[in-house]
Design a protein around this ligand. Structure first.
Ligand SMILES: Cc1cc2nc3c(=O)[nH]c(=O)nc-3n(C[C@H](O)[C@H](O)[C@H](O)COP(=O)(O)O)c2cc1C
Length: 232
């Protein structure tokens, strides 16, 4: 590997050591570090340290040209600036999150609202007609690791129609610059029965395989890039 991929882990659970989704993220991190010991890894616990919600003043600051922002406006955008820099630096993002009320926890949504920002992560141009928004970032990989108390949220599952988590992640991931995605989820947590144990075992076994696939995809892209440079 000529360049080393950076990993950004977003933990959405408000829980610490008891959090199942955090345990999934830790398994991913452990596998990742085994494969790429010199990779930079940033773990951001947005669930237990929630980002600020956007406010009227925040929106006004975003729409003020950077050179015209006053001190207060610059301060208001501190969290967003830093979170966007962390996102830019990441080649791979792991979003480890519980399902809360059939969607992402409010803290995860608050993080998305801080990083999906006009002029920074997307451009807006009415010349594009009815679809004026375009993402600025590209080429990132996203691994979504989820936990749910109930079950049947995927495929032909009995609660698939209630799953607003995965479709929402898919929609906003475009504005995070995501080009390739993986997902793995544990269900049945509230039942605590054999189905839960089986679901956990299956997902924890899948995580190292996902790490291998993500790294293989990174290496493929790196080879393509080197060939492109060699041709030029
Ligand atoms: C506020 C809240 C809302 C929840 N909403 C749902 C839900 O809509 N569907 C579901 O299957 N489980 C729901 N759960 C259960 C969690 O998804 C489940 O306990 C998960 O394993 C928690 O992950 P964590 O240990 O990483 O926090 C909810 C839990 C909480 C605390």
């Amino acid at each position: 590997m000529n360049t080393t991929p950076n990993l950004l882990i977003i933990n959405g659970s408000p829980r610490g050591g008891r959090s199942l989704s955090r345990k999934m993220a830790s398994r991913f991190e452990e596998s990742w570090r085994n494969r790429i010991p010199d990779s930079k890894v940033l773990v951001k616990n947005v669930g237990s340290e929630p980002p600020p919600f956007v406010s009227e003043a925040w929106i006004a600051a975003v729409f003020t040209p950077p050179e015209e922002r006053d001190e207060e406006q610059r301060k208001l955008l501190d969290y967003s600036d830093q979170a966007i820099n962390e996102l830019r630096a990441a080649d791979t993002i792991v979003l480890a999150t519980p399902m809360h009320n059939y969607g992402v926890p409010a803290a995860v949504k608050a993080w998305v609202d801080q990083v999906v920002r006009v002029g920074e992560t997307f451009s807006f141009d009415l010349k594009r007609g009815d679809f004026p928004l375009e993402p600025i970032l590209a080429g990132k990989r996203l691994v979504t690791l989820t936990t749910a108390g109930e079950f049947g949220f995927t495929g032909n599952g009995i609660r698939n129609h209630l799953n607003h988590l995965h479709p929402h992640v898919e929609v906003f991931s475009r504005y995070l610059g995501v080009s390739q995605s993986w997902q793995e989820g544990i269900e049945y947590q509230e039942f605590g029965d054999k189905r839960f144990e089986d679901s956990k075992a299956k997902s924890f076994a899948a995580i190292p395989r996902i790490v291998d696939e993500v790294i293989a995809s990174f290496l493929r892209e790196e080879r393509k890039e080197q060939n492109r440079i060699a041709v030029e």
